[in-house]
Design a protein around this ligand. Sequence first.
Ligand code: DOR
Ligand code: ZN
Length: 425
Amino acid sequence: MPDILIRNARVLGGEPTDLLLRDGVIAEIGAGLSAEGAEVVDGTGLVALPGLVDLHTHLREPGREDAETVHTGSRAAALGGYTAVCAMANTSPVADTAGVVEQVYRLGQEAGLVDVQPIGAVTVGLAGERLAELGAMADSAARVRVFSDDGFCVADPRLMRRALEYVKAFDGVIAQHAEEPRLTQGAQMHEGDVSARLGLTGWPAVAEESIIARDVLLAGHVGARLHVCHVSTAGSVEIIRMAKARGVRVTAEVTPHHLLLTHAKAESYDPVYKVNPPLRTDADVEALRAGLRDGTIDIVATDHAPHAAEDKECEWAYARPGMLGLETALPIVLDVLGEDWPLIAERMSYAPARIAGLDGHGNALTAGAPANLTLVDPTVRWSVDPTGLASLSHNTPYAGMTVPGRIVATFLRGVPTVLDGKVQK
Ligand code: DOR
Ligand code: ZN
């Protein structure tokens, strides 16, 4: 593996400097470096960020390899600037045993483009009835530390309590998809003035908020770690802020789409905008942005949810919820937050790596750190073309939109996975 010398990149937007990548780490960092035989990458005008880490990715393998595979999802991730992704457990079969999480982990290693860290299911088959083999998944080669029934809520409070107690022993975390199912039966979109006008059954904010309120109390009672997936309402932000002030060990994520889009998109009846939790109101978007800035919301996670055409290009009521995210996350966050590179590094790399316990990721770009990084050109604006994305599916809500920020290169332990905007495998 040749050494790589990145010239004149701006680390977190600072002064231009050189970075020498050798043997998987950042060997040297400083102006005017030279290295015999190194491959030179021109970083002039580019911002160097720590490799992004996604805590919430649906890769669809095993089971729906027509929508995405670990390999195609890894390509999309690398092109989005990611060096690690956590793969959600709602595959078929469900990732509720050591066998399945090890399979996903190995597929990730074979693809070799990002580190794929499997998330284990909380309950057998995501059925919400009995706990899955959490200990066996934690002890497996995949070393699972994050557990989630995402797609479904762990609705039974007794089961949720037991799951929190179980993972506390090895400092694991339960990532909850907060949706009180009895309040969302038949729901098609956010419950509000738009749903009333369109005559679609609503998914009320309180269905999310009531579960988060319950779970922060449970997590506080048990003393275990809770992570809240895809927070979507202003009320949820308020509850999490209060829980953090009380010392509850809770972390939270927001998706790029909930930071940008609102329920008004449903007026088109285009199922590309159908997602769970649903797009909410302008006031919710404002509260999510404020929560992300002030740290109430710890991270941005994509909820990258590829779906095959037949599951998405149909009537709204029959369409599956979910949208692509990996290749557009950084551009959307740049659009929303502006070029606050230290904040972006914290919310999209350092904090998600900490929550997931991924020691080799989310490290500051300093000498000796693992060479996981990405180079971004913030001056390029590009138009999102669904068929031009690496994902096997095309369900991006940003088709035709012009977004800022192009990922030029990504390095995983010093090996380029993306160069010149092109994936290397
Ligand atoms: O929109 C969503 N899609 N929300 C989820 O919770 C699951 C996900 C999926 O798996 O497609
Ligand atoms: Zn979810």
